[in-house]
Design a protein around this ligand. Structure first.
Ligand code: FAD
Length: 390
């Protein structure tokens, strides 16, 4: 089997690349996506919290999300097949970053950057916060920043499926198999060996393997400084309703948002509790000892909540700066990377899909210049620092 482009991993990023590439290139270009888990139960995408925000501190990350919002608002036009409606439950419920005194300079600095990028965002003082969110304890807060539109959450699995189905309708082949080895000849990848024993040859290869990206890179002898990090999401119910609840990020880093009639919450662990690992065990102690006390302090009615469910998921974490690694490898030039998104890969998938498709086809970015995320920065250590990491 020989394909022009072989994409390793058919999660939301691999499927977005497949969609844009097949749209731009037309049916003359043969594209295969190799996905080992067609149930998608173990990948990052279906286990994510589904959030999308524009409140970043890096202009590129802001522009990436702006494109995502534009795309999601008109998703049926992009991903509908034969006029069918596509619904990924995109809810523009907003993001609210809360800050204590010492966090105000960063909040204000981010605000300046966001305003320059035309992000509809507003700064709130404690009085504004108390008025807008009467259920919130603002006693220890110095301010907040809220997105006025174009932020919220969506059905992550639904978006993955919508990209995948549309890509298939445009001629992309999905192969259910696992890439176990890559063959290199004359400085280029020539084929991928699969667990079934099959071998797929290709002209260009894309690493879209999510939390397994470093393992795929290793198959080509490349050390990719991206690691799998485990995160927990807990869902809970509360007898009292709280109105107009955005995705709220407490100064402690604990976030919560509505999910139907319940809520979901989580918080990245401290560095000593954050090893590279692959298991899916849930740490309930993290909820009891760290998250619930923060929730109860911030929202009085959250003193009486019931933990309903919890899951663990892994995402790909770029050790240098927690930002994406995009584009070809400097030496193996037909090997492209779309990895290391940390906790923002779902919302980045439309822009990244389009960007990688442009690189594959035209050898340059034609819409959004994302060259700051190139692979070389991992080698020379030029980090793209994103301050607003959740
Ligand atoms: C708990 C949690 C919360 C998150 N919350 C958010 C959020 O609110 N907003 C946001 O934007 N992002 C969030 N993220 C991050 C987001 O989920 C990821 O960045 C995004 O889903 C990455 O997509 P992907 O396609 O790269 O990875 P994946 O969805 O993991 O897809 C990679 C695919 O590659 C396949 N694969 C791997 N190895 C092989 C192989 N050898 N052969 C064949 N196939 C292979 C896997 O089976 C998998 O399906 C969160 C992540 C987690 C874990």
């Amino acid at each position: 089997m020989k394909h022009d482009v072989v994409i390793i991993g058919g999660g939301v990023v691999g499927s977005a690349i497949a969609y844009f590439l097949s749209k731009f290139a037309g049916s003359d270009t043969s594209i295969a996506v190799i996905e080992k888990d067609s149930s998608y139960q173990f990948g990052s995408t279906a286990r994510s919290a589904g959030g999308i925000r524009q409140q970043f501190s890096t202009p590129e990350n802001i522009r990436i999300s702006q494109f995502a919002v534009e795309f999601l608002r008109d998703i049926s036009t992009h991903l509908g097949i034969d006029g069918e409606k596509v619904d990924v439950s995109f809810t523009e419920g907003g993001y609210l970053f809360l800050a204590k005194d010492h966090q105000i300079p960063v909040l204000y600095n981010n605000h300046e950057i966001q305003k320059r990028e035309n992000v509809p965002v507003a700064l709130l003082d404690p009085e504004d916060l108390a008025k807008a969110y009467p259920w919130m304890n603002v006693s220890d807060l110095a301010g907040g920043s809220v997105g006025l539109e174009g932020e919220g959450w969506l059905d992550a699995y639904g978006l993955n499926q919508a990209f995948r189905k549309k890509a298939i309708s445009q001629g992309v082949s999905y192969v259910k198999d696992e890439v176990t080895a890559l063959t290199i000849s004359d400085g280029k990848i020539t084929s991928a060996t699969l667990a079934s024993g099959a071998c797929i040859s290709g002209g260009q290869f894309v690493n879209a393997a999510g939390a397994y990206a470093d393992q795929i890179a290793k198959m080509a002898g490349i050390e990719l400084e991206v690691r799998s990090k485990k995160r927990f999401v807990y869902s809970f119910s509360c007898r009292e309703e709280i109105e107009r609840c955005p995705l709220t990020i407490d100064p402690s880093g604990v976030y919560f948002r509505p999910e139907g009639h319940q809520f979901i919450t989580g918080c990245s662990p401290t560095a000593d509790k954050d090893p590279d690992c692959r298991d899916f065990d849930v740490d309930y102690g993290w909820f009891e000892e760290h998250i619930w006390p923060v929730l109860a302090h911030r929202v009085k009615v959250f003193e009486a909540i019931k933990l309903e469910n919890a899951w663990a998921g892994h995402y790909a974490y770029t050790l240098l700066d927690q930002n994406a690694v995009l584009g070809p490898h400097p030496e193996i030039s037909n090997f492209y990377f779309a990895n290391g998104f940390s906790g923002h890969g779902l919302q980045q998938s439309p822009a990244v899909g389009r960007a990688i498709a442009e690189l594959l086809l035209f050898n340059e970015y034609r819409t959004l210049d994302l060259s700051c995320f190139k692979f070389e920065r991992l080698i020379n250590g030029s980090a793209v620092r994103e301050i607003n990491v959740v």
